[in-house]
Ligand binder design. Structure first.
Ligand code: SF4
Ligand code: F3S
Length: 111
């Protein structure tokens, strides 16, 4: 089992989640974060920290595609462990449906 970052993180990327992860298994893209499923120890502490409610356990039904995406992108994106100020537009995108087409596969800065 692992936790998975899902659609509502796209263009929100609040980064509160990275501060609490005990094993630093978040990886950063331009407008989205992912969890490395082989590094996550399933502690669950990141789930309630996300203001966008974007982090889910992979035991939840229908997350297979998101799990695959987290796995693939965590191999090529840089590690992020420190929270940083989010984009001013983040609150406008929080809760917007259909954000998948806005997902950038470009890597973020990491830290
Ligand atoms: Fe990190 Fe725990 Fe969240 Fe997994 S569940 S990503 S180990 S904080
Ligand atoms: Fe994304 Fe939520 Fe973390 S919006 S960056 S999963 S705090």
């Amino acid at each position: 089992m692992t936790f998975v970052v899902t659609e509502n993180c796209i263009k929100c990327k609040y980064t509160d989640c990275v501060e609490v992860c005990p094993v630093d298994c978040f990886y950063e893209g331009e407008n989205f974060l992912v969890i490395h499923p082989d590094e996550c120890i399933d502690c669950g502490v990141c789930e309630p920290e996300c203001p966008a409610d974007a982090i889910k356990p992979d035991t939840k039904k229908g997350l297979e595609d998101w799990l695959a995406l987290n796995k693939d992108l965590s191999k090529v994106w840089p590690n992020i462990t420190k929270k940083r100020p989010h984009d001013p537009e983040a609150d406008d995108f929080n809760g917007k449906p259909g954000k998948m087409p806005l997902l950038s596969r470009e890597p973020g800065e990491g830290d």
